[in-house]
Design a protein around this ligand. Sequence first.
Ligand code: ZN
Length: 321
Amino acid sequence: MATSIAGLHHVTAIASDPQRNLDFYTAVLGLRFVKRTINFDDPGTYHFYFGDHTGKPGTILTFFPWPGARRGRAGAGEVSATAFSIPLGSRPFWTARLTANGISFSEHLRFNASVLAFQDPDGMSIELVEHNEAHPGTAPRYSDVPAEYAVQGFYGVTLLLNRLEQSAELLAVLGTKQIAQEGNRIRFASEGEALGRFLDIVVDPKAAHAAPGAGSVHHIAFRTPDDASQAEWRKILAPHVHVTTVQDRTYFRSIYFREPGGVLYEIATDIPGFLIDESVESLGETLRLPEWYEPRRPAIEAAVVPLVLHKSASAITEVVK
Ligand code: ZN
């Protein structure tokens, strides 16, 4: 049994226009469209998964795109930024690419790493953190971002909270350690070198509470290898928070609990993964439905908005402007 949770498995957020969301994360950020399925609680709408070439845990950003969804309001009790890793030396590429796509950004130095901060088309805060652990790997299929500059999964997330103590205590239960502080930003990290192992809490006692909507993160999921280790975590957490029963999410199994500051946490299994119903070559190409929805496929396909896949960045410049 691991003594620490192994970094992020996925981050799930809310978007509005599905095509615009798809275009931004594939054609601009160069992520792979790993899975196209439906919101199991609202089967006339999509659930999108973006990630690396094979869709491995620690790279997966998912969205519920609701056409016409109203924007959320940023605030306390919510994830305030989602950060991806980019290889050392790739910052000039990314500043040029963001500029070419009409996306304004700011640059910061945080804990000695360069951070590019910007918003997606729904106002969600995204960061690219340049650091020496982001070793270039295989570029995702259909991406025109050269492999040496490609996004290498998550770096971590930032939570904006009114108070630190109880939230920090729960992070300790999950085995993460407080490793650094800069002003009112406190950094926690899980053990090892997992993708997305950093979790920052920015403390602002006066911040108004967030209102969820398009551009808001709905929840973050931490990784655990399998069902047995997930059951162990459930036992460890039970005295501290209310934990749900295990939910089958087709590509992983999940338990959920709300941390004291208001952010919804999940622990998701690495198994069975995104290759359970598609090959690496064809990930994201077709609408995938769980078995129990297959009989309703014609009605579902008629209800969801049609999508155009594999657009190039130049083809969408006008859209993101
Ligand atoms: Zn989730």
